[in-house]
Design a protein around this ligand. Structure first.
Ligand SMILES: [Zn+2]
Length: 198
């Protein structure tokens, strides 16, 4: 929505809930809430500015439990250290802003993991740097790369491009929204990974 020359900021509410009344989950929920209170508006602003998209959703409910994090439904692992909680929240909300704007993949379908993460990683590293600094951004990439070859391959693909190249590629994909996955061609065919869920 545009008001004069001012572009109104989106407001996104994220509610964090423990899966059950376990004290460790309750503590983890408090930590996620504190992160959101401290960084939520910056996270939304940075993701929207870097993607030039808006969050379509106004409220998202997050389930905090001891399960792999994922975007839909929003599940956040309870036991992650604080820095990983921060980056995971940004990672999953990055998926949500893409999904909400029609950049969808079908989980389980061939290539869906790679396509979703390549698209996300075209702006996620730069968002991490802006929000948390270069060192923490690098640590987030290292952590995510350790989760499996799918993540590692997508990060290598994105970081083989420089920041400007990532931005150009992302803008190119936005111009070809109806067939966006075909604009994620592999730069090096030896780096094709797949087989993970979102
Ligand atoms: Zn992901």
């Amino acid at each position: 929505m545009q008001t004069g020359n001012l572009v109104a900021e989106s407001s996104l509410e994220v509610n964090f809930h423990p899966e059950w009344s376990d004290p460790q989950l309750v503590t983890a929920v408090r930590e996620y809430r504190n992160i959101w209170t401290a960084h939520g508006s910056s996270i939304v602003e940075v993701l929207e500015r870097r993607t030039k998209l808006r969050f379509v959703e106004t409220t998202i409910n997050a389930l905090v439990c001891e399960y792999p994090s994922r975007a839909r439904p929003l599940i956040l692992r309870a036991s992650y250290p604080k820095n990983v909680k921060c980056s995971t929240l940004v990672h999953e909300l990055g998926h949500r802003i893409l999904w909400g704007n029609g950049y969808k993949t079908t989980p389980g379908e061939k290539g869906s993991f790679v396509n979703a993460h390549k698209l996300l990683f075209l702006f996620l590293f730069d968002a991490y740097v802006e929000l948390f600094g270069e060192k923490m951004a690098q640590q987030a990439v290292e952590f995510e790369s350790s989760l499996g070859p799918g993540y590692k391959g997508c990060w290598q693909w994105a970081l083989d491009l420089n920041q400007a190249e990532r931005a150009i590629r992302f803008a190119d994909i936005k111009r070809h929204k109806e067939a966006w996955t075909s604009h994620l061609e592999i730069l090096d065919a030896s780096r094709v990974y797949d087989g993970h869920s979102l």
